[in-house]
Structures are given as C-alpha cells and as structure tokens.
Design a protein around this ligand. Sequence first.
Ligand code: BTN
Length: 251
Amino acid sequence: MSVQWNTHTYAQLSSTQDYARELAEEGLPEGTVVQALIQTKGRGRQGRDWHSPMGNLYMSLILRPECEAVKAAQMSFVVAVAVSRAIGHFLADGHEKSLKWPNDILIDGKKCAGILIESVMDGKGIVQALAIGIGVNILGAPEGAAQLAGISKGPVAIHPFRDQVLAELSVLYAQWKNQGFAPARKKWLDEAHRLGQVIAVALPDGSCEGVFTDIDRDGALVLTLADGTRKLVHTGDVMLEQAGGDHAAGC
Ligand code: BTN
C-alpha cells in the first residue's frame, strides 16, 4: 500500500528535522510531512549547517519501516533515487544528474540536494521511526552548489516539486518493502558519481583514496585500494575535488 502523505507547511521553523523527530517520538504516523519555507537552524549531515533562505524545499518526513538499523540505512539510497527522479522531471536537457555517496544529488557535478536520515529506536534495536530530511536548492544555492530553477525546463514551484518527490518516494518505498534493497541499489548505482574512478573519501579519522568499486548490501562504499585490497566505508564523505591521479594512493 502506498503511503498517505499528510503535509504540514510552516512559514518558518528552526529545523523541520528537529520538529519531525519530536513528532515521531510523540507517535505521529508514517506519512507525516513537515515543510518550512525558511529554516533558521537547518542542519546537514555530520553537524554541518544547512543554509535555508526562502525559495528552496526544506522538508522532513516520518516513515515507520519497523526494521533493524542496518536495513533502515538502505533508505538513504531509496530517498536519493526518489529525489533524483523528481529533479529529472524538471531538469532541462543537456545537464548531467548524478548521485554522490551516500546521498547527495549533483547536477553537472555540483550539489543540488542533500538528505539527512535519523532513526528513533526502541529499546530492542528496532527502528521505530525514521525522520527523513530533504533539502533541495531550487531558487538559491550556496557558492559552488547548483540551483534547479536556473537549469530547469520551465519554472519550478516548490509545492509541485515537493509533491513529485513524495510521489516518487511512495513508489520506491513500497518497492523496497516488497522486494528489498536490490532494485534501489541498482538504480542508485546506475547514476553513481565517479563509479569505477579514483575518489578521495573524508573519514572521521582521516582520508582515503581508492577506486569506487561498488556499494555493498548495506550501502557501505566499496573502495579498491592501490594494493588491491577492498575497504568498506560506512561513514564518510566523498570529496568533490578530483582525487590525485589515475591510480589509488590508499589510506
Ligand atoms: C546534507 O547534505 O548534509 C543533508 C542536508 C539536509 C537538509 C534538510 S533541509 C530539511 C531538513 N531540516 C534540516 O534541518 N535538515 C534537513
């Protein structure tokens, strides 16, 4: 069954993510969507700020997949594919869309959208709810990032764009629940940024360079290092700058 989305739109919130988490903890149902036109304390991954002026999409939604945390982590790829598809509906021809591990959406190599997924756990290690935060640059973007309105087929209004994201996610979420991770994993890999090329990854304790070979069944990044060994990266950021050369230097 597809999710019934119930959207609450606010002129301004500190962070839709903080509010959606609170609502998830209070027991609001799957399908609850919190949207704000402006955020005063938008948050990105790894504690970064998400600058949130008027004109872009900022929303957080609640899903309740009732699974273990490892499996729920797959949802970050499912959501990235959904946002990418929605962007694809509006994007003008001649622009290249790609997905950067773990869940950024790039246009022409510049970040256009980011996703922040947080779990509310019960005492037994089961995910009670996911708060899924989605930010898409539509009218404005920080220096070096992409904004959809400048490279779209026509005008992009926030609410039709939001509804397109929700419609795409409904389909992909149902498919993930029924068929598991394989279909979304394949769709994600089809659009993966720099798959098969040498990439540099910022890790919590340093950095690493290797050939981006795959993502595994849990969504971990698979790097092949210069000595041929495979390294799994569970937490980190693929750097946008080109890595050193044709050959992986290692970690
Ligand atoms: C990232 O790429 O670092 C993730 C960015 C996520 C931003 C969105 S905007 C809506 C929701 N509310 C927040 O405070 N953050 C997320």
